[in-house]
Each structure stands twice: as C-alpha cells, then as structure tokens.
Design a binder for this molecule. Sequence first.
Ligand code: PRT
Ligand code: ZN
Length: 291
Amino acid sequence: MTLDANNLKIAIQKNGRLTEGSLDLLKNIGLEFEPPKTQLFSSVRNFPLEILFLRDDDIPEYVQDGVSDLGIVGMNIVAEKGSNVEILEELGFGNCRLSLAVPEKSGFQDLRDLDSRKIATSYPTILRKFLKENNMKATIIEISGSVEIAPALNIADAIFDLVSSGSTLKTHGLFEIEKVLSSQALIIKGPVPFENGRNELLQKLLMRIRALLRAKQTKYIMMNAPASALEYIKQIVPGLKSPTVLPLSEPGMIAIHSVVPETIFWEVIEKLKACGATDILVSPIEKLILS
Ligand code: PRT
Ligand code: ZN
C-alpha cells in the first residue's frame, strides 16, 4: 500500500482518547475506510483523502511542516507545542481542561500559595506562560506521565495536568485550585495556503464537517398551536428562514415546524408551552447544510 501524493492527508490519533471521536467524525461525514490496526494510514475509498494514524503529540508539527495537510488534535497539544497551525473548527469532543491541583492535605487554598513552590507537569510551556502572566516564581518539574503521583512521591508540591471528570485527582487526594485552559479536539491546517485543487477538496470536507457540527447543535421541533399564537411562536422559534406553518383539520389550529439551538432548548420549550403550544415533538437532525 502506498500513499497517493495527489490526495489530501489528515492525521488523527492512532490509539488514545481522541481516536474514537476522530473516526466517528470521519465516518459520519460519509467517508469509507479501514480503521487503524497495524497500518500507519488508510486510503478513503470514496474521497481523495489519506488518513494518517499518529501519536497525538506529533500531529501539530507534521501539519505545520506539511507532512500532513490537516490534523485532528487537542487544543492542549496545539498550545503546548506552539506550532504554526490554523484552527479550522472546534469539534466538540475530547473536552478537558488543564488545571493546577494540590493535595487536599497541603492546606493550599489559592493560586498565590503556589508561589515559589514546585509544580510537576507534562505541559511546561503553557505553565511557564501562565506563571509569568501571574508574576509567580514556581519551579517547573517536567515529567512525561502519571503526573498525579508527583506530590505523594515528594517530587512536587502541586501538579499542572489535564482533568476531565476529576475522578483521577480525587483518587490521588488532590483538588483543583485553578483552571488554566479549556481544551477540546480541533481540526487544524498548516500555514501554507492550499493550491486550487486541494483547496476545493478542503472546502468540500469542511462543508460536510460543519453540516455535522451544526446538526449536533440544533434540534428539529414540531408542535400544534392555536393559529392566534403564531406571531408569538414565530418570535420564539424563528427557524432558519422562517418556520413552516401547516393548517390542521381542527379549525383555528395549526402545526408549526422549526429548528432550535440545543443550548437554549429547554428555555424555548417553556416559552412555547406558555404561548399555548401542545404536542411538542423534538427530533435530532442528522446534517444541516446552510446556503
Ligand atoms: O499515545 P499518544 O501520545 O497518542 O496518546 P496520549 O497518551 O498522549 O494521549 P491520550 O490518549 O491520553 O489523550 C489524548 C487527548 O485527549 C489529550 O491530549 C486531550 O486533548 C484529550 N483528553 C480529554 C484527555 C482527557 N480528556 C483526560 N481525561 N487527555 C487525558 N486525560 C487524562 C487526565 O489527565 C487523567 O489523568 O485522563 C485521566 C482521567 O481523567 P479524569 O479527570 O476523568 O479522571
Ligand atoms: Zn501523547
């Protein structure tokens, strides 16, 4: 198997926390390919794209240097590596944060208590920047894994590490004292503009990805309501252009179809009910293509 040099290349994590989300995203935009097993890349059967399977730490640099045109990687890695890459979209998975955490028994209560202390981390660049911005002079102890055991081993007074549910911190008798950076998976590209053909492929891919992301953020909503409530309801669920309104066989009643942003979904339902809407039916949207 060889890479087709004319095809676009996207690098994703081979085996880790971002692998499933990255593979799901690529499958859900209609791409057909073999998932990673022992091979280093897969050729997509129905789109001119090669998927490279790499360690997440290597992805920003490979994308910056043009080894891969695109990459899917966490914001934490992009910020730590400081690579010259462009963020095309936030992908909504791999959510976590980089936080300072201290032993529960330390008596430390806020950030200032860490001044001149020792902090263990695998993210020295981000931590150094944060300490500088806050005029703090802590010593950074760089370690590559299992940072959470550093305080118990007396290597450090605090840690600076990724947190998602917080249960790892809890297990090790630590608590978060300061959240420093929110992270999620991103799709990135290198600094050099793509020439025409490749740019066209990129735009096609991005159109599909954005349709999927928008669909996840939006719900389709259908309801029955008295015709007299239409003007109010139109203000609550204006839809993409305007809501669809259909007459019901019952006189004075209409059915209204529209879309609602996920973030304000329950608020909207409450307002609709207050306007007299009944039989409200909500369904997920698979893809949402605008213009
Ligand atoms: O082998 P490779 O280098 O590719 O993988 P890796 O071992 O370096 O990375 P991996 O697979 O652990 O994480 C890949 C990316 O997933 C990270 O760079 C983040 O962008 C993202 N991510 C999201 C996380 C977490 N959530 C997360 N919880 N990365 C790590 N964690 C760790 C956390 O530090 C803790 O130790 O998982 C543990 C469990 O977290 P809690 O808070 O839920 O207990
Ligand atoms: Zn890694």
